[in-house]
Ligand binder design. Structure first.
Ligand code: F0G
Length: 458
């Protein structure tokens, strides 16, 4: 088999800035050892997120020039609407400025005290938007998805029995909808199988509850189904995506991922009454229903991106290049969530640094080390991000996993960039016994990971 190459030529380039180790030591110290506080210009390879960081194609940039900026009834809206309808089959398409705006609107209408929203695993903004209304966000991930070291094809699957039992327990009238996140970002970018989506739909049908997809990475999920699920080998990505959405009654989407754009999103559904309520709220918070917080040119770029993301050459390169980084790391013995996910590699920081306990933030230690050594920016997903304090004892309650996410922007970095990232990580792993923990010296009362300041422990 020949090398899988980037399925594009580069027409426009953006320089990246090299810094010395001494400079990075000062930059990191000034940032309170929190990479969120580093200026992007001081980062060499930025793997903080795959969201809104995609490189757009020449055709998307052409769409930007072609955007119709009419307030109402813009032609760009109709192109956007038809691109979304072609994939989702949903009747009502509501543009929003990004994914969480769609979540905010949807849960303002269907959420509220006493309501429960199950999901395989809620992304943080989804959980926050649900809980903001007083409703409860519940994760019902399949058992295999909870074990980083187990290799399985569909570790994003919903636990069907748990879903059934949960709805029975709380009462179907208290579950306004069931959600499913494809791929499961918080669980390692792991895909959900078509069979699992179908079975989830059957449970929903039994109780007459709508199924909504959190569809940010639907195309990556569809490609995993093509690779791994029997009966889908010869289907096109569009056909697989259409089947996925055929089991759903609605979706929230951050176009900043699989629509290959820097801003955008949508809310889609088949229920006319809820769509009408959502549109009314949209007018208050986002804008008129034919632009929803976006410029006409953004709608053009999303429409074009939704076409491009279905290209199998693109998806093969995308999924293989993420796995390429993951495989280099596992070959060197670095513990990661296996198998590699679609958009990111997740390092298991507990196994990487067994001598650094969760309360000394092993993930933060790795994140700081790879910035210092190579100018690579990643994000901690562990006790810094999700740690809570016990109300009585004041002790830190850590989440189940201590992870570091290396998210790969779409169409941005070449194979040599990724080789470099692997070298930096392997180097850090080689002298892992020298890495020390950190303590927090400042933290905000909510979402502390964004602004917290740290001090390295000696
Ligand atoms: N759902 C999932 C699964 C996501 O990964 C994200 C964003 C959202 C919803 C919210 O979308 O950012 O457009 O408002 N994830 C980004 C990340 C931020 O880095 O994983 P948004």
């Amino acid at each position: 088999m020949k090398t899988i190459i980037e399925p594009f030529k580069i027409k426009s380039v953006e320089p990246i800035r090299f810094t010395t180790r001494e400079e990075r030591e000062k930059i990191l110290k000034d940032a309170g050892y929190n990479p969120f506080m580093i200026r992007a210009d001081d980062v060499l390879i930025d793997l903080l997120t795959d969201s809104g960081t995609s490189a757009m194609s020449a055709k998307q940039w052409a769409g930007i020039m072609d955007g119709d900026e009419s307030y109402a009834g813009s032609k760009s809206f109709f192109r956007f609407e038809s691109a979304v309808k072609k994939i989702t089959g949903h009747k009502f398409i509501i543009p929003t400025h990004q994914g969480r705006a769609a979540e905010k609107i949807l849960f303002s209408i269907v959420g509220g005290k006493g309501k429960y929203i199950p999901n395989n695993t809620h992304f943080d903004t989804t959980r926050a938007n649900i809980e903001f209304t007083g409703a409860e966000a519940v994760d019902l991930l399949n058992e295999v998805g909870k074990h980083p070291e187990i290799k399985a094809d569909f570790k994003g699957n919903m636990d069907i029995e748990a879903l059934n039992a949960f709805i029975k327990k709380v009462g179907k009238e208290n579950v306004p909808l069931v959600m499913m996140t494809i791929t499961n970002n918080s669980g390692g970018g792991q895909p959900v199988s078509m069979q699992n989506i179908r079975e989830t739909k059957e449970v929903c049908k039994k109780y007459n509850i709508p199924l909504f997809l959190d569809a940010c990475r639907f195309a990556e999920n569809a490609y995993f189904i093509k690779l791994r699920e029997k009966g889908y080998e010869d289907k096109s990505i569009l056909e697989i995506a259409q089947e996925i959405f055929s089991y759903s009654d609605g979706a929230t989407m951050s176009a900043k991922k699989d629509a290959l754009v820097n801003i955008g999103g949508f809310l889609s559904m088949n229920n006319e009454y809820i769509a009408m309520q959502c549109r009314n709220l949209l007018i208050v918070t986002e804008g008129f229903p034919t632009y929803g917080g976006l410029a006409g040119r953004d709608l053009e770029a999303v429409a074009q991106g939704l076409e491009e993301v279905l290209d199998e050459h693109y998806l093969r390169y995308r999924i293989k290049s993420t796995a390429y980084l993951g495989n280099k790391m596992t070959e060197a013995g670095i513990p990661i969530i296996e198998p590699p996910g679609g958009h990111a590699i997740y390092i298991d920081a507990k196994r990487f640094l067994p001598h650094v306990p969760p309360y000394e933030y092993p993930g933060q230690s790795i994140v700081c080390e790879i910035y210092l050594d190579g100018g690579v920016r990643a994000v901690e997903i562990g006790s810094v991000m999700f740690g809570k304090y016990d109300k009585e004892t004041g002790k830190l309650i850590s989440p189940a996993m201590e992870l570091v996410r290396l998210a790969i922007p779409r169409r941005v970095y070449t194979q040599s960039h990724i080789d470099y990232v692997a070298e930096v990580l392997i180097e850090a792993y080689k002298h892992r016994d020298k890495l020390k923990g950190y303590e927090i010296t400042y933290e905000a009362p909510m979402l502390r990971h964004f602004t917290a300041k740290f001090r390295p422990l000696s």
